[in-house]
Structure formats: C-alpha cells, structure tokens
Design a protein around this ligand. Structure first.
Ligand code: SF4
Length: 81
C-alpha cells in the first residue's frame, strides 16, 4: 500500500504516527466513528490493536511509501507506544 491508496486522514495531527505507518488501517464503524487499527499488533506483542491516539512513539512504525513528515508534524521515534 502507498499513501495514495489510503484516504486522507483529516485528523492526522490527532492520530500521530499511525497516519503515515504502513501497518495502520483506518476503520469506519456503522455509526461513522473512525478507529485506527494496528495490523502489526497481531504479530508484535509490544503493540496494541487499537492504539491510544495520538501515537507519538512506536517501536513498530514503518513509514508508508509516499508519506512525508508534514502529514503528522512528528518525527518517527523509537520506543514504546
Ligand atoms: S506499528 Fe505503531 S505507528 Fe504503526 S500502526 Fe501500529 S501503533 Fe501505529
């Protein structure tokens, strides 16, 4: 997946790193609520399936192809979420 395949996140600043992470998937519920699912959490016990936002530090972060720093305003950092 590339950034162009993912719908833009109007709340990117409130989402943090997940907004530009290759392992994130934005999920919209039947009630139109938006959740960010961490698909990497299925295989990485350090991570949470639905991380508390904004995610400012994450050991699993991998930048999505085409993402730029301006999308989140945050620099990726290593460490626990
Ligand atoms: S690996 Fe980290 S930054 Fe990526 S989707 Fe999961 S919680 Fe978000």
């Amino acid at each position: 997946m590339t950034l162009e395949d993912r719908p833009p996140a109007p709340d990117a600043a409130g989402v943090g790193l997940c907004a530009t992470c290759a392992h994130a998937r934005r999920v919209t519920s039947a009630r139109r609520s938006v959740f960010w699912l961490c698909e990497r959490a299925a295989t990485d016990p350090r991570l949470t399936r639905y991380p508390r936002l904004p995610v400012l530090r994450c050991p699993g972060y991998e930048r999505l192809a085409g993402a730029d720093e301006g999308r989140t305003g945050e620099e990726p950092r290593e460490g626990r979420p």
